[in-house]
Ligand binder design. Sequence first.
Ligand SMILES: C[S@@+](CC[C@H](N)C(=O)[O-])C[C@H]1O[C@@H](n2cnc3c(N)ncnc32)[C@H](O)[C@@H]1O
Length: 325
Amino acid sequence: MFADNLLAANSVNAEKLKNKGGSAAPAAVPVIDYEGSGYRQDFWEGQGREYEDAVERIALRRLLPARGDRIAEIGAGFGRLADLYLGYNQIVLFDYSRTMLADAVRNWGHDQRFVFVAGDLYQMPLADSVLDALVMVRVMHHLADVPAALAQLQPLLHQRSAAVLEYANKRNLKAILRWSIGRQRWSPFEPTPLEFVDLNFDFHPRWMSARLGEAGLQVDARYGASHFRLQALKRRLPAAALARLDSYLFRVGGKFPLAPSVFVRASTPGAPGRPQFDTTPAQLFRCPACAAYPLTALSQERLQCPSCACQYSQRDRIWDFKLQA
Ligand SMILES: C[S@@+](CC[C@H](N)C(=O)[O-])C[C@H]1O[C@@H](n2cnc3c(N)ncnc32)[C@H](O)[C@@H]1O
């Protein structure tokens, strides 16, 4: 009986994917590798970015529902923003880098609500409709194939979920000024993404809105953020005060995005209803290789795909769903 249900569930999922014209594991998209990186020390700690951190926190507090059953941060890194999710019963920190996640485990591993997952967002190992909230900050910036990424994220949401996504704005004021006085070759008004360094992209807001719409993500709110990312200002004003000033511009900056960073809150009204909340790993995950779910629990720390027999395990608190290249 159980096996029959499993087979039925898998064939439904396979059908769904077929209907979408997608696949569980799309052809390899290049992924930026933060394995072993000093992102925390080299970019955040003592690096004069208290203002950016404070702005992002205000934006997230405003856009994210404060409470819910399950939230996931996609590309969570070392869990810089994880304290904002403590109103949720289960908190998934998902990242491609195992070393970043190991750092997150050092901070949050004592709290059993946290689930740490290593994987590639282009080969998503979370099952459909399992999230009440999804956050992705400073990650779109690294995505070479935004439509493929959004196609993996959208199915994680149900009818009442909220997704807060941040991206770097190509059409920001500084870029417009530099371009208009001839100090920059590329036009900030050209809609295609700008790869200014290998696997670092800025996006035109109109281009991003179109991709979100195509992925079935309805934008309910948009904020422009970090308007005051200028050394001269950051040196003179306390980060908290500058961030508060910035927050007064969130809405108008969302209507006319000129800030270097944009936050959107999106929903999926056409998605399936909210499933029953189940915290077991077998129900939470899907196979990133073939998209089948639920998985079969072989032990507390080992799961198997009922369809392709791939196995996934948890070690030192981190579930490893990275597929071999
Ligand atoms: C700039 S860091 C941002 C970390 C965190 N969101 C923050 O704001 O502090 C980008 C993160 O995205 C992760 N990332 C990039 N591409 C990814 C992918 N394809 N799948 C999963 N994580 C990815 C990186 O490993 C890295 O930890």
